[in-house]
Design a protein around this ligand. Structure first.
Ligand code: F6R
Length: 615
């Protein structure tokens, strides 16, 4: 987490850094800070607790200017959100660092540095980084060399931007385990945690590899790999436009991204489902040059690894892979998988799912598993991300930038991507071409059905009013709709701060039903998937105990026997296999409207960040 940005130019970089921070705010918003070197070679630093807005207000009072600078927006790990703990961190008013990641051996380094006479002003792990650079500067008197020696002492993950008051035209940047891009301008360079932060100033980007160190001046850029050799890294032209990351006509990014889903679902199939056939080329080419066809032919089982919402997409895929493709599948959250002693069956395709492609746990799990197999596939939204670069095959979800912290369009596009995997593996196991064709024709019909759900916004909003004073809720579903219940509960928790749990509806009677009373509402979801009779019985059991039920139901479901304590919202008729995608939309809208009524910060809910690049 945390966002970093830096610039070396011949113009005042303060507004560029501030705009970069605004665009990186999704990565953390506990505090923000900036440091620039002015024309008298003095470092001016301003830091504020809270969002970037607090920092930009402070800069209105205290206009700092300079041609070299770094800035940071923080998601607190070590040390509370306070001005002292805010980045940039500084040593002897001479060296300045911004950091994204965690220096895991910070306690050992801190002790050594205290013995050496360094004074600490914060509780952060980052402060050891700046002192370590200063320590080596005393020996080497060269910023690049000092940074190289310092990072060799760090354990953990870092993306760093470093400047020194002694070198007014030099920015040193390096990364290992945390993302960092260099923006290439004309006679100027920038660094940032992601490319979108720099779109107002450039569209040309270099993505640093693990362990790279970049020596950046206005008129020269040299990149060294982790062995110290000079390397050429390709400059890539971004297709994103600067306003791809703006809210447009919408009040929140989340609402905009919910509305983008019909077009995202069209985009993801573009050029991949052609003449009734799904093309294996969607999966790219293996790193080692093996074709997707060859790799997929080898697969006998699937292991899915992901976190949060992406994990829920994996859970849906398990139902599909086993029921439709007839292939065994296991799914696990990355934070558990990476530390567990696991047994991987031969020819298992390891599928990681991630919107950002930078989630630390998922990435670490992938790296562990690569010791055992090269059958890896990343389902991801960010083509340049570490997960994509380090996986054998990749299936891009093409959802465009997702800025709202609560994932919406990334989730539904992950589901379509996973359906493509189901078809690709299924056809190798005798899944009829006709079934695949029908599946994807129905997927192509989803955008129109989603539009219909979006038109029911006002009704969903009316329901949300019943939840504004509540502290708890239960979600239930069966089959592929159980993961959607989990996802609905997660959305409600994260943006409205209402505690919500989700259960497979059949599990209620094994304990959770004890919670049911008139103050604990249940949100149920039911499609015509063959389980509808079962879930209706579960709903009756809740109603019989005085509970209230809010049911999102396929419009074909007969609900006449459910009584007045079961409120029903009709969802357009949809094929059972595609139901998890369509039913996600009312879940998203429901949590959005509850959060709106509660007045929470929908796009940047408390304690969270979009890209979880720390453990
Ligand atoms: C919830 C949400 C998170 C992410 C999780 C994994 O709305 O967005 O649960 O799904 O942090 O992130 P990615 O998909 O980037 O690996």
């Amino acid at each position: 987490m945390c966002g970093i940005v830096g610039a070396v130019a011949e113009r005042n970089v303060t507004p560029i850094l501030l705009e970069g921070l605004r665009r990186l705010e999704y990565r953390g918003y506990d505090s923000a800070g900036i440091a620039v070197l002015d024309q008298d070679e003095c470092i001016n630093r301003v830091r504020r607790v809270g969002k970037v807005k607090e920092l930009s207000d402070a800069l209105q009072q205290n206009d700092i200017r300079g041609v070299l600078g770094v800035a940071h927006t923080r998601w607190a790990t070590h040390g509370e959100p306070s001005e002292k703990n805010a980045h940039p961190h500084m040593c002897n008013k001479s060296v300045v660092i911004v950091h994204n990641g965690i220096i895991e051996n910070h306690s050992v380094l801190r002790e050594q540095q205290i013995n050496e006479g360094f004074e600490f002003t914060s509780q952060t792990d980052t402060e050891v980084a700046v002192h370590q650079v200063e320590h080596y500067l005393k020996i080497e008197d060269d910023l690049l060399k000092a940074v190289r020696l310092a990072v060799a002492d760090f354990e953990g993950a870092y993306a760093l931007g470093v400047i020194s008051k002694k070198e007014n035209n030099r920015l040193v940047a390096t990364r290992r385990g945390s993302p960092l891009v260099i923006g290439v301008g004309i006679g100027e360079y920038f660094i940032a945690s992601d490319a979108a932060a720099l779109l107002p100033v450039t569209r040309r980007f270099i993505y640093l590899e693990e362990g790279d160190i970049a020596d950046i001046r206005t008129n020269a850029l040299t990149i060294y790999n982790d062995k110290g050799d000079i390397v050429e890294r390709e400059i890539k032209e971004s297709e994103l436009s600067a306003d791809a990351t703006s809210k447009g006509e919408y009040r929140h990014f989340m609402l905009k991204e919910i509305h983008e889903q019909p077009s995202c679902l069209i985009d993801i199939l573009e050029g991949r489902f052609v003449n009734g056939q799904l093309l294996d080329s969607a999966f790219g080419i293996g790193i080692d040059g093996r074709s997707a066809v060859e790799i997929l032919d080898q697969v006998k089982a699937v292991q899915i690894i992901a976190c949060g919402t992406s994990y829920h997409a994996g859970l849906v895929a398990r139902y599909w892979l086993e029921a439709i493709a007839g292939i065994p599948c296991r799914v696990e959250v990355a934070s558990e998988y990476r530390y567990r002693k696991t047994v991987l069956m031969d020819d298992t395709l390891v599928v990681t799912i991630s919107q950002s492609g930078e989630t630390a746990d998922t990435l670490a799990a992938l790296r562990e598993i690569k010791e055992l197999t090269n059958l890896t596939l990343a389902v991801c939204n960010v083509p340049e991300s570490s997960l994509v670069r380090e996986s054998e095959l990749k299936l891009m979800t093409r959802a465009g930038p997702e800025i709202g912290v609560a994932s919406t369009k990334a989730f539904t596009t992950q589901l379509i991507a996973l359906l493509m995997l189901v078809a690709a593996l299924g056809k190798r196991r005798g899944l009829a071409a006709d079934k695949i064709k029908t599946l994807f024709q129905q997927a192509q019909a989803l955008p129109a059905l989603i539009e219909q759900v979006l038109q029911n916004k006002a009704d969903i909003d009316a329901w949300s009013e019943h939840f504004t004073d509540l502290d708890n809720a239960i979600f239930i579903g069966r089959g592929t709709l159980f993961p959607i219940a989990l996802e609905g509960a997660l959305k409600l928790k994260e943006i409205s701060y209402i505690h919500a749990d989700a259960y497979p509806a059949g599990e209620l009677k094994h304990g959770p039903i004890a919670l049911i009373d008139q103050d604990l509402p249940t949100i149920a979801i039911a499609s015509m998937d063959g389980y509808e009779g079962k879930i209706k019985s579960n709903i009756q059991e809740i109603l019989a105990r005085g509970g209230k039920v809010y049911l999102f139901a396929d419009e074909r479901l007969d609900v006449s026997d459910l009584g007045e304590n079961c409120y029903v919202m009709k969802v357009p008729a949809v094929d059972a296999d595609l139901a998890p995608i369509l039913f996600s939309i009312p879940m998203q809208l429901f949590s959005y409207f509850v959060a709106l009524r509660k007045g929470t910060d929908v796009d940047q809910p408390r304690n969270l960040a979009k890209s979880v690049t720390v453990e």
